[in-house]
Design a protein around this ligand. Structure first.
Ligand SMILES: Cc1cc2nc3c(=O)[nH]c(=O)nc-3n(C[C@H](O)[C@H](O)[C@H](O)COP(=O)(O)O)c2cc1C
Length: 342
């Protein structure tokens, strides 16, 4: 129904306006008695074969909602009823910020792709915490970043601040140094600054009563040497894992001549699927599977998700596929995982 009826109508309108409308609509609908119950009944798949235990956390299933969809933790409870095993909120920065000027979100329909240059628009960490205080059993990842106005040599303070503030409310952390839409952010993926940030977060973590997993979210545009350095660093520091990958600035996998491909920003969806899988394969081989990988990038079918797991991912996440395929994609993937394990 989504692909035949709902998507064609939604896709007539501006993507960011549709996103805001969907948030409003879902929040409103879930106030109606039984809607939550019905949505859960339709979309949730429960089975012991889906459960994953990682970092001492029990995930009901391995399919997560990727960062950027519910940046401000406005809708994570309702979204969890669509069958996700976990939801990553953010990217959150210490202070609220508006992000880049609109228009900043584009669809390339014929490629099943999105280009975004949102620029970490978010309400800031204090606002997000308010909504996380009533979180129940849903597994939440806190994706953290730096404010645009914070120079890279002070970035460490922003990551530390977000980490400490969110610590009581999230189950794991994703350190985002890989968005192409905050100027120079991706330079923080270089060995030296990256090590500084990660060591600092690991130190903060070790002072807590019970530490929480910290994962690094990386770009698909890193070359083999950069990836190798990152894998070595993760192993040396005993970081908990990698999220691969964020969006890409590379447009070479877009076949159509649609001029939207020239828009600045990060590309997501089908065109980044192969590259994201290559990155996952490289990391799992190089690290000899020493740490878990969350695989994300271009999952639009159950087969895509299964192949990402085969490439080395322990968990997967979806963003663009959720927009193009609709919420039934999550159950389809979970069903296929059960089939493959039976
Ligand atoms: C509109 C949009 C906003 C995003 N915002 C963030 C973000 O704030 N932080 C982040 O780490 N990733 C962000 N992402 C990247 C996704 O989390 C994901 O890594 C990427 O889109 C690849 O997955 P996909 O092909 O399933 O969309 C965003 C993606 C999109 C499409």
């Amino acid at each position: 129904m989504y692909k035949q009826l709902i998507k064609p109508v939604l896709f007539l309108f501006d993507p960011e306006k549709v996103h805001d409308f969907i948030f409003f609509f879902i929040r409103f609908s879930f106030k109606i008695p039984f809607v939550n119950f019905i949505i859960k009944k339709i979309y949730t798949q429960e089975n012991l074969l889906l459960e994953r235990n990682l970092w001492g956390i029990k995930f009901k299933n391995p399919i997560g909602l990727a960062a950027g969809f519910d940046k401000d933790a406005d809708l994570y409870k309702e979204l969890s009823s669509f069958g996700f095993g976990f939801i990553e909120i953010g990217t959150i920065t210490p202070l609220p910020q508006k992000g880049n000027p609109k228009k900043r979100l584009f669809r390339i329909k014929e490629e099943n792709a999105i280009i975004n240059r949102m620029g970490f628009n978010n309400k800031g960490v204090d606002s997000v915490i308010k909504r996380l205080k009533s979180k129940n059993k849903i597994i939440i990842g806190g994706n953290i970043g730096k404010n645009k106005n914070t120079p890279n040599n002070n970035a460490i303070n922003d990551y530390n601040f977000c980490f400490n503030s969110l610590f009581p409310y999230v189950d794991y952390f994703a350190v985002n140094v890989s968005s192409p839409n905050t100027p120079n952010l991706r330079e923080l993926q270089d060995k030296k600054p990256l090590k500084k940030i990660l060591v600092s977060l690991i130190n903060l973590n070790s002072k807590k009563k019970k530490r929480k997993p910290i994962l690094l979210k990386i770009s698909p545009d890193l070359n083999q040497n950069q990836l190798s350095d990152i894998v070595d660093l993760i192993i040396n520091l005993k970081l908990d894992g990698i999220i691969a990958t964020n969006t890409s600035v590379d447009r070479s996998k877009i076949n159509s001549n649609n001029i939207i491909k020239n828009e600045k920003g990060g590309l997501s969806g089908k065109p980044i699927y192969d590259r994201s899988n290559e990155v996952i394969k490289f990391i799992s081989k190089k690290s000899k599977n020493k740490f878990p990988i969350i695989g994300v990038g271009g999952i639009h079918s159950a087969k895509d998700a299964i192949n990402k797991i085969k490439a080395g991912a322990s968990l997967v996440q979806i963003y663009t596929g959720f927009i193009y395929e609709g919420p039934s994609l999550i159950k389809k993937i979970n069903k296929e995982i059960i089939n493959q394990n039976n």
